[in-house]
Design a protein around this ligand. Structure first.
Ligand code: UDP
Length: 245
């Protein structure tokens, strides 16, 4: 797969469909594959924290979840054709595995959210096998128990929805212990599946304005969102220093 190096983060140049198809191939290999979907805030975090950049680069699939990342790829002369958001990829994967034996575990969100998400997903993707849920609030000494719960459930794929960078760090930390073959770090997706958070209407998504919709709904994100203009400027000033493959 072709990649574009954005400030030291190697992003796969894939569409939503290609990403979902790639994930399906991961089930055939007996090891955990991690899938991360960074937006510009997360790439900025990785730019500041090289250990985090290494975690992102160690993944098996890294897609551009955000219009800022897509624009950055264009600026660097290796254009990604569309935004491949974690939520959209997850929907495609659900559709593809619903008629198979692949089993899913939902991990993350406030207490109760993953259970509601399970119910909603079972309604929407008839045939899907969801074998466990766990909220995303825990102490460090509970982590081994969570890994055990996921492993004992027999899940082949786990959605880890703890927000970034917590979910990526959690997956990387437990990569060798986790038995599923796929772990996707997909932020607030369980809230969207459960209906406790709404996705931006199509108009905002089509015009690359999802960030604006979120800011209207969750104004406390303003601090984090200041990374968006910083990201654009950093890519303009330093983006070309990173070697493209
Ligand atoms: N969350 C969690 N554990 C934590 C912190 C957050 O499970 O310790 C959940 C939170 O309930 C929400 C999701 O992680 O469902 C973060 O969503 P957000 O949209 O903020 O994700 P991001 O934009 O960081 O990917």
């Amino acid at each position: 797969m072709d990649k574009v190096n954005i400030l030291g983060v190697n992003v796969d140049m894939v569409t939503i469909d290609e990403a979902a198809d790639k994930i399906l191939t991961f089930f055939d290999e007996d090891k955990l594959h991690s899938v991360f979907t960074p937006n510009s805030e997360i790439i900025m975090a990785a730019y500041r924290d090289r250990d985090f950049a290494e975690i992102l680069n160690s993944s098996d699939l890294l897609t551009a979840d955000g219009i800022g990342v897509v624009y950055a790829s264009k600026m660097l002369g290796k254009p990604i054709s569309e935004r491949a958001a974690g939520y959209d990829i997850a929907c495609k994967v659900l559709d593809k595995i619903k008629d198979t034996d692949h089993k899913l575990f939902l991990f993350g969100g406030k207490p109760g959210v993953s259970e509601i998400a399970k119910e909603k997903l079972e309604e929407k993707y008839k045939g899907i096998k969801i074998v466990g849920t766990r909220n995303g609030y825990f102490k460090e000494d509970e982590e081994a128990g969570i890994v055990d719960e996921i492993n004992k459930s027999g899940a082949d794929i786990v959605f880890v929805c703890l927000g970034a960078p917590k979910q990526e760090k959690w997956i990387a930390k437990h990569k060798d212990e986790l038995k599923p073959r796929v772990a996707m770090g997909i932020g607030g997706s369980l809230d969207v599946f459960a209906g406790t958070a709404l996705r931006a209407p199509d108009f905002y998504c089509k015009h690359g304005l999802e960030w604006f919709y979120r800011l209207k709904k969750e104004p406390w994100r303003i601090g984090r969102m200041m990374d968006l203009p910083k990201f654009a400027v950093t890519v303009m000033l330093h983006g070309r220093k990173y070697k493209q493959n």
